[in-house]
Design a protein around this ligand. Sequence first.
Ligand SMILES: NC(=O)c1ccc[n+]([C@@H]2O[C@H](COP(=O)([O-])OP(=O)(O)OC[C@H]3O[C@@H](n4cnc5c(N)ncnc54)[C@H](O)[C@@H]3O)[C@@H](O)[C@H]2O)c1
Ligand SMILES: [Zn+2]
Ligand SMILES: [Zn+2]
Length: 382
Amino acid sequence: MRAVVYRGPHEVEVTEVPDARIQEPTDAVVRITTTNICGSDLHMYEGRTSVEEGKVLGHENMGVVEEVGPAVTRIKVGDRVSVPFNIACGTCRNCLQGWTSYCTRTNPTEGMDGAAYGYANMGPYDGGQAEYLRVPFADVNLLELPPGTEHENDFTMLSDIFPTGWHGTVLAGLQPGDDVAVHGAGPVGLMAAHSALIRGAARVFVVDKEPDRLALAEKIGAVSVDLSAGDPVEQVLDATQGRGTDCGVEAVGYQAHDPSGEEHPELVLDNLVKTVRSTGGIGVVGVYVPQDPGAQDEGAREGRVGFDYGTFFTKGQHMGTGQAPVMRYNRQLRDLIVAGRATPSFIVSHELGLDEAVRGYDQFDKRVDGWTKVLLHPGQPT
Ligand SMILES: NC(=O)c1ccc[n+]([C@@H]2O[C@H](COP(=O)([O-])OP(=O)(O)OC[C@H]3O[C@@H](n4cnc5c(N)ncnc54)[C@H](O)[C@@H]3O)[C@@H](O)[C@H]2O)c1
Ligand SMILES: [Zn+2]
Ligand SMILES: [Zn+2]
């Protein structure tokens, strides 16, 4: 089958790889209809992880079940499904408590809980930027979707970024009537803004410097804050009469940078500590890593990020972090889509065939104007 394979920094290749196949009785194989390129893939693409050469990438997957193992009873061949990026066993302590993003059984890497498809340090699983994907513990992991092709570009956000954005607002403790600041207007930040509005936020500020992404934030009813036009801290404080917002979401991650492009991994955390009111919550869904060999300073190379913990403590703020447990939210978000109350497809800018993935990675990585979210359709001729 054809698949997108990591070759080295800034290099992916679409090539033939062995077919995905049933390896355990609890597996299914899904024929991929849509698979997205994610900001998380870019950390690997830019050579800022330890992902191995030859890995099939892709953790935002959906499709139709092609084959099931003999122990799969709930999921049937022909079901249209969303595949959460987390690979969960469904029976370990963390899974049973709803933390499927920290499954203790599916990642064999020493000291690591939580597994994912096609991702650095998240276990030996191939990704779904391919014609087919092997899904372990299929009865646990797969979410059924209405048959057919309706809402494809909305449902494809259920595997990761819509639940991740939603989780960011939950970690932040967002309540109806709150003001919230979302830092980062990439796909995850825009999903957090969409979620915050659905969850009843009064005002949603979205901070970034990319005009096309800020325009999308405005389009859904958020207030854009252009950090290239002035200090975003001052802009948020001015808009809130100096009080700050009730809570905030970090949707940027460890490659946060200033308008000139220079990286400061602590920058967004500091900005949130300054602009969230005392006792407010901060939900960090942007990724931070324990080893970053490509970082500019020694501390950051070991995952040490020196944000303003003193002010964070003094203001009595709280913070939630980590990979999102997609299964905690994906059923409900599917039903919001079906009911017409959520339309996460508003971020989709490009739909490409699998063979165009090289161009998709290049343009999305450069944040070329208008390249907000790239979907790949393996079945579609290019
Ligand atoms: N926790 C999870 O489960 C989870 C899931 C998916 C993605 N992620 C992570 O979320 C982050 C965002 O993903 P994405 O797909 O939106 O990526 P992206 O890289 O497309 O978006 C990041 C945005 O942040 C902006 N940015 C950079 N520095 C900034 C700053 N100082 N202030 C404000 N904005 C700034 C960039 O201009 C860009 O638009 C990544 O770190 C990704 O790995 C986490
Ligand atoms: Zn993702
Ligand atoms: Zn588990």
